[in-house]
Every structure is written in C-alpha cells, then in structure tokens.
Write a protein that binds this ligand. Sequence first.
Ligand code: NAP
Ligand code: ZN
Length: 368
Amino acid sequence: MAQTTPNHTQTVSGWAAHDSSGKIVPHTFKRRENGVNDVTIEILYCGICHTDIHHVKNDWGITMYPVVPGHEIIGLITKVGNNVSNFMIGDRVGVGCLAATCLECEFCKDSLENYCDQVQFTYNGVFWDGSITYGGYSTMLVADHRYVVHVPESLAPEAAAPLLCAGVTVFCPLKDNGMLESRGKKLGVVGLGGLGHMAVKFGKAFGHHVTVISTSPSKEQEAKGRLGADEFIVSTDPAQMKAKKRSLDLILDTVSANHSLGAYLELLKVKGALVIVGAPEKPMGLPSFPLIFGKRAVKGSMIGSIKETQEMMDLCGKHNITCDVEVIAPHQINEALDRLAKSDVRYRFVIDIKAAADANGNANASDS
Ligand code: NAP
Ligand code: ZN
C-alpha cells in the first residue's frame, strides 16, 4: 500500500521479514515526505522487543509482510514540519509504539491515546494516509510529532532506546498501582527479560522490595547483584513457590510464552493484583479459586501514553535509570532474535543503526 501512496517518495534502507520464517534481510522501502506535523529522524539505535519476534513470526496472525520491526527508536531530528514548535533540528528524540490515533476520542483527549480504539503502531500499522507503517530497523523515520518524546542528553542513547517500549510498559502499571507514591511494597516480577529487568530497576528505584519469579535459575546471581533484586524464586520449583504464598502486593507478569496464572496468583497477598503485560499467543489459564479465596485481581496494561513516556524518560534522566543492553550490528539481528527467543540476553539487544549506515555510506562513497 505504502509503495503507491503519492508522497511516499523517500527511499530508506532497512531490514525486514518477508514471511513467517521470521528471517530478517536488508530491505529498501519508501517513506512519506516530511509533512507539516512531522519530524524526520535519523535513527541511531533501535531496541529488539519480544513483540518483534511475535510479529516477524506472525504469532498473533496479524502480520502484514514485509514487516520492518522496531519500536524502541532513538535518533536525531533532521527536519521539522511547519506546525511543530516543540522540537528542533538536532534534538535527540525517541519514538515508541505509537504512530497514529484518532485525536478525538475520550482517551486521546485525556492523554491516554494508547487506549484509542483506532490506535496504529509504529510498524505493522496503517497510517492516516492509508500507508503501512515501517519501524525502526531502518536508517530514517518520519513521525508525527505528537508521538515523539525528548530523550535526556545525560542518558546513553543505546541504553535509553528500550525505555520507549520495555521501560514505559512496566512503568505504567507501577504508577497505576500506587508504587510511585508509596515505598516498601512487595513487588513480584515474573520473567526476567527486557521488560522484567526494567520492572526490577524501577521497583528498586521507587523503594520497594522486589522478588523475581523466573524459569532460569542461572539468572539469580545477576538479578540480586547487578539489578538489586531482594529475592529470587524459581517458578518451576513448587517448594519455592509454596514458601512464598501470600507474600506479594503486586505482580507484573512479563512472560512472552504460554503459561497458566494459578501458581503466580497464589503468591499474592489477599486483595493483591497481577498485571499482565506479556502477550503470549494463546489464552492463559485463569483458575477461579486463587482469585476468589484471595479477593485478587488480574488486569492488563499496554505500553504507555506519550505523556507517560515523557514522564518516565524525564524520571530516568533525573535518576540515571537505563536498560542493560547488548549492542549488535544489523547483520546480527537474526542471531539476536534466536537468542531472545531462548531468553538468552542480558537484557535487551539494541541495534546500532548509525554505525551500519555510516559504514554503508563509506562503502558507497569508496565504490563511486
Ligand atoms: P523477553 O526479553 O523475551 O522476556 C520474556 C521473559 O519471559 C524471558 O526472559 C523469560 O524470563 C520468561 N519466559 C520465557 N518463556 C517462558 C515460559 N515458557 N514460562 C515462563 N516464563 C518464560 O521479552 P520482552 O521483550 O520482555 O517481552 C515480554 C512480553 O511482553 C512479550 O510477549 C511482548 O510481546 C510483550 N510486550 C507487551 C507490551 C505491552 O504493552 N503490554 C509491550 C512490550 C512487550 P525467565 O528466564 O526469567 O523465566
Ligand atoms: Zn515492544
């Protein structure tokens, strides 16, 4: 669709999957000209979210191929539309999951546009002009300025990139459940991956007691050492799970794979809540007894609004909170996706787009 949209005249280099094998290959495509509400961004880094795997492999049955993934984007502004007053050329900015919303509904008006019924995402979405959106596994992005945030200069850009999705996705449920105002609560984090490790960092930064609930015993030392978690439970060990029954106020479930919730719910205190942010393709098992006997709640949460993303970014800038990343070159994306699928990353892969673009530019220059 995008290829036939009239003002999509800018040729961009990127990396895309063309079918459900999920294999990523170099891909050239078109982006729109910079419109009056747009900013053009030279992409420096882009994080690899597990959602990218769900999309390239068509786990959710909604992928429009070719798909250029990537919604943890950090870059520099190179063009600014006439209606844009809050960004300037040279600004360091971030783009997360949001590309367009209706701008008119109660959620858009209330700075909760991530819950707009017509939300369209940074990739695999359909923009206002009917074009399919392509994400940050690419050298350049044109984004409507209403879905762009400032990124504090004090943060290393590669370590800040995953804040745009992983960070804000766990920040919002912490905020919504009163974890920014009060201290000393018992927080559980299920799954120590990209989202999970940020939940641990935020939980500790906000003064809480954090328990990691993981399938990977090998992550215990690091979780307690580098990330500062207070406790670590191996979820496949029934004895460890039983010993921690009724101990937690809030659990964030970041697990990407199919799983049942019963055993995790038993870890909650009476009236505790479990917030699902992980998005396995199959429905989760939800037994009634742990809910009823503990007056417990299960909720969901999706990324965050632009206002919340900026709030989180500013907070991270103030307290120097960033993600633990492994920086890779674009030719390593497939290997990174394979390792991510096996939970073998500490804790987020981030693609160094600029270095690859520069090297490519230099190669082209020396070719000519
Ligand atoms: P990730 O880095 O792969 O982390 C997921 C973690 O889940 C793994 O590190 C692993 O932790 C645990 N896990 C994996 N397989 C498991 C299994 N079979 N049983 C129990 N635990 C298992 O992924 P991510 O990028 O953090 O994303 C996590 C999920 O959140 C994905 O489904 C993604 O699509 C979704 N997501 C949702 C939103 C939203 O807005 N709600 C935003 C971003 C991402 P351990 O080794 O510690 O067990
Ligand atoms: Zn994501």
